[in-house]
Design a protein. Structure first.
Length: 399
């Protein structure tokens, strides 16, 4: 009996020690440990803080970190606006981040005129004091949307006044070429024969969204003209750049009428948002049906399993952020939108776990396969806005 017991002890010793493993301890009650609780507001603030640590350039921000060849002192307007959009979410969540000061930074991109006109607008670059570069119609519309969001969050009338200046700038960008609508930028507006001159979904879609947001708060005397302009741009997009097969929108129509049939998530996104707002304003649910159709079409077209995760596109995350915002807008009208948002939430968390640099910044590719242009402010600002928007959607608040 003693011999049997001795052999048992020896066997136990070999099994538990010789392979270098630790003795097995059964978990309490045999339960699997719970998964980590994800707080989106904390993750949004984490990346925002990293941006402030590594990208700050006086009152503005750098285009890239690390800096890339040819970088100017300050970022272009587009990534700056992306940062403002993320800051808006953090402000709404209760963070004290000098949101008003960040919004005021837009004015360092403002110019009183260009191309021989005296119409104010926001330039694509800045010297730290005033705007320069090309004035893009989509950039100006997106700035206008951010200014109106700031007005909603702060009730600062200056934001509304600044947004109102964008309406005449957009009006000046419309002509009768290709049946109406806006050019991509002001240079093309004044040089329509340029090879690359085109009228894109981004300019016309975001102008429509800006106008519909402005309609809600503009003086009564302006409302009809603003709504008519928005509806005209929406109708042009439906007639010229809507693809009935994918239910998404092509990129642009060139000056010679040729269509660039590239699809981007943000082009689908803005038209979902426009359909929702037009339905809310006019009471015509055809617009809402069109929004739902494009929302489902975009999910079917863009969302695929990549690198083991169900993901949105693996490049240009700011574009995907806009689609998330559209799905959040649609959710009160569509149960399916909840699935679209949950997929995005899981995709973002995959990026947090598997697609980050040693510093903590996200890769461009949130599947974790390729760092891509991780150094771009635009890429990191998209993370702040994504997690911030998810936190607001989920009802989180800063403790």
């Amino acid at each position: 009996m003693k011999k049997i017991l001795y052999l048992f002890i020896i066997a136990l010793f070999v099994v538990s020690c010789d392979d270098g493993s630790e003795p097995y301890v059964k978990p309490d009650g045999g339960k699997t440990p719970p998964e980590e609780t994800v707080y989106c507001y904390l993750r949004a603030k984490e990346i925002f803080d990293l941006i402030n640590q590594y990208y700050k350039a006086g009152d503005l921000f750098k285009e890239n970190y690390p800096m890339q060849s040819g970088d100017a002192t300050y970022s272009f307007l587009w990534p700056y606006d992306a940062l403002v959009s993320g800051a808006a979410q953090l402000h709404e969540l209760g963070y004290n981040i000098n949101y008003s000061g960040i919004v005021n930074g837009f004015e360092k991109y403002y110019t009183d005129g260009a191309q021989g006109n005296s119409i104010g607008g926001y330039g694509s670059s800045t010297n730290g004091t005033s705007g320069g570069g090309t004035r893009f119609y989509d950039d100006n519309s997106i700035v206008g949307i951010s200014l109106l969001e700031a007005y909603r969050l702060t009730q600062d009338a200056t934001c509304l006044q600044r947004a109102s200046r964008i309406v005449p700038f957009l009006k000046n960008g419309i002509d009768s070429n290709l049946g109406g609508a806006l050019w991509w930028n002001e240079e093309y507006r004044y040089n329509t024969s340029a090879t690359e001159a085109n009228k894109p979904t981004c300019s016309n879609g975001y102008a429509t969204l800006f106008l519909l947001e402005y309609y809600k708060v503009c003086p009564e005397a302006e409302k009809q003209a603003v709504l008519d302009m928005a509806k005209g741009l929406y109708d042009w997009l439906r007639a010229n750049l809507y693809d009935s097969f994918t239910k998404c929108y092509w990129n642009d129509r060139n000056t010679n009428g040729t269509i660039n049939k590239t699809f981007w998530t943000y082009n689908a996104a803005v038209m979902v948002q426009n359909g929702i707002r037009l339905a809310e304003i006019t009471g015509n649910n055809q617009y809402l049906d069109e929004a739902k159709t494009t929302a489902s079409g975009a999910y079917d077209y863009f969302v695929k399993t990549q690198n083991g995760v169900l993901s949105y596109t693996d490049t240009d995350p700011w574009f995907n952020t806009k689609l998330l915002r559209a799905y959040i807008d649609l959710e009160p009208y569509s149960e399916t939108a909840k699935t679209f948002i949950e997929t995005y939430y899981n995709f973002t968390n995959n990026g947090y776990k598997k697609a980050r640099t040693e510093t903590g910044f996200f890769y461009e590719d949130w599947t974790g396969r390729n760092p891509g242009r991780y150094y771009s402010l635009l890429m990191q600002a998209a993370v702040v806005e994504s997690y911030g928007a998810l936190a607001v959607y989920k009802g989180e608040q800063k403790n």
